[in-house]
Design a protein around this ligand. Structure first.
Ligand SMILES: [Zn+2]
Length: 416
């Protein structure tokens, strides 16, 4: 078993050790007799850093980058390395260097999690069932037995956040204690791990939280420096709360502020007026859209009336054949509908060259042609796709070349 130096001192970033074994595949890795590197476990992600051989015969330029640290089943800690190993033998003395900035961040997040979990338990009797640490945020899952609880309220979230930050401000000592399982059972821990160990490591936040944990923690709550609760969402057994602590809280707030500032600049407003301004703009868009629809409808009706007026009725039908340069499919369709409703004898063969070359064929109800069949026949040489009913059919073609001629041919094929 690897001697875990971080169990006793979370602030130990430099240490000396000896290589016990060298692993070459599937990934290069080292196992040491002792380590300050934290392996991914208990929700906390692993440390990174460097391992430097220090034997007198070692190449002084060798600096091995530790990219991942994991627990092996036999109690050993595996240090995965970025590059393959050259001439490194078991027994070599090394100096280990943990990336201190990354470790400090993890301590802040993990200790913040203990404080926050204790706050939710004390205030609302909601136990934490899991903890997840990602590179940019952390989350806890709260178990809620009362299925009638519709949601975690904004007030509850703010209360827990306030209590957690008070504990941070009070700068309470955070002690590491080792006890037997029997002793632990009498201490009333927030969370007792499964009974597979005789000795437990406890993290004791003075008079606030006592729980079994193997993670690295701050020595005083003040080092957490503050917590910011973010998203809360319903998960299967309860609620997931996202949070950030320490420098992450500051960088997250900074990013939020930049985003809001950018949004506020678009509205030329104060950042706190952004939601109101956005709502106003959305209402305007909605009302303009409605107005536009009405105008398009009016315009199509007027155009249909004009087209019908200038088209003579021959053999009981008014044949309207038009290719527009710039109309979308919907406005073509709208015009076709107006034409065939305003007249009981209209046959409309309409096309548009852009934005997407399109065709709409329609006839007034009761006329004898089959628009879907005519459309299909017209589009076949153009390589288009579409369909419809006997009275209304629509389709698109890949390009506008030959569209007008195809329409003329379609009109000629309609025998009275
Ligand atoms: Zn923990």
């Amino acid at each position: 078993m690897t001697d875990r130096l971080y169990y006793h001192d979370s602030f130990l970033y430099d240490f000396d050790a000896e290589i016990r074994s060298v692993v070459e595949s599937p990934r290069p890795a080292l196992i040491l007799d002792r380590t300050a590197f934290y392996p991914t476990s208990g929700g906390q992600i692993h440390d990174t850093g460097w391992i430097v051989p220090t034997d007198s015969n070692a190449d002084p330029a060798t600096k091995l980058r530790v990219t991942e640290v994991a627990d092996a089943e036999d109690g050993k800690v595996v240090h995965y390395l970025e590059a393959p190993l050259k001439d490194i033998q078991p027994g070599t003395r090394i100096h280990g260097q943990v990336d201190a900035a990354r470790r400090r961040d993890h301590m802040q997040q993990h200790s913040a999690q203990h404080v926050l979990s204790a706050a939710f338990l004390r205030l609302f009797n909601m136990p934490t069932v899991s903890f997840h640490m990602a590179d940019d945020y952390c989350s806890i899952d709260l178990q809620i037995d009362d299925l009638d609880t519709p949601s975690l309220t904004k007030d509850q979230i703010e209360s827990a956040e306030r209590l957690a930050n008070e504990i941070v401000l009070e700068n309470r000592p955070v002690d590491i204690r080792f006890v037997t399982r029997d002793e632990a059972e009498k201490l009333g821990l927030r969370k007792l791990p499964p009974a597979d160990r005789d000795h437990l490591r406890l993290i004791d936040i003075r008079d606030f939280d006592l729980t079994a944990c193997g993670g690295t923690h701050v020595s005083h709550t003040g080092q957490i420096a503050g917590l910011l609760l973010r998203k809360s969402e319903k998960v299967r057994q309860g609620y997931r709360i996202e949070f950030v602590a320490g420098q992450r809280a500051v960088s997250t707030a900074r990013r939020d502020f930049s985003t809001l500032t950018e949004a506020a600049a678009l509205f030329s407003s104060h950042i706190y007026d952004v939601p109101q301004q956005a709502r106003k703009s959305l209402d305007e868009i909605k009302s303009l859209r409605k107005q536009r629809e009405q105008s398009q409808d009016d315009l199509a009706a007027a155009q249909a009336a004009a087209l019908l007026a200038e088209t003579p009725e021959i053999h009981g039908r008014k044949l309207i054949v038009r290719t527009f340069s710039d109309r979308d499919l919907n406005s073509l369709k709208l015009l076709a509908q107006k034409l065939t409703r305003q007249s009981s004898a209209a046959v409309a063969l309409l096309a548009s060259e852009s934005p997407q070359p399109a065709l709409v064929f329609a006839q007034s109800a009761g006329l004898p042609y089959d628009m879907a069949a005519l459309l299909k026949q017209t589009m076949a040489p153009l390589g288009g796709r579409g369909g419809g009913s006997k009275d209304l059919a629509q389709g698109g073609v890949p390009q506008s070349v030959g569209l007008a001629a195809a329409l003329t041919a379609a009109a000629e094929s309609l025998t009275p």
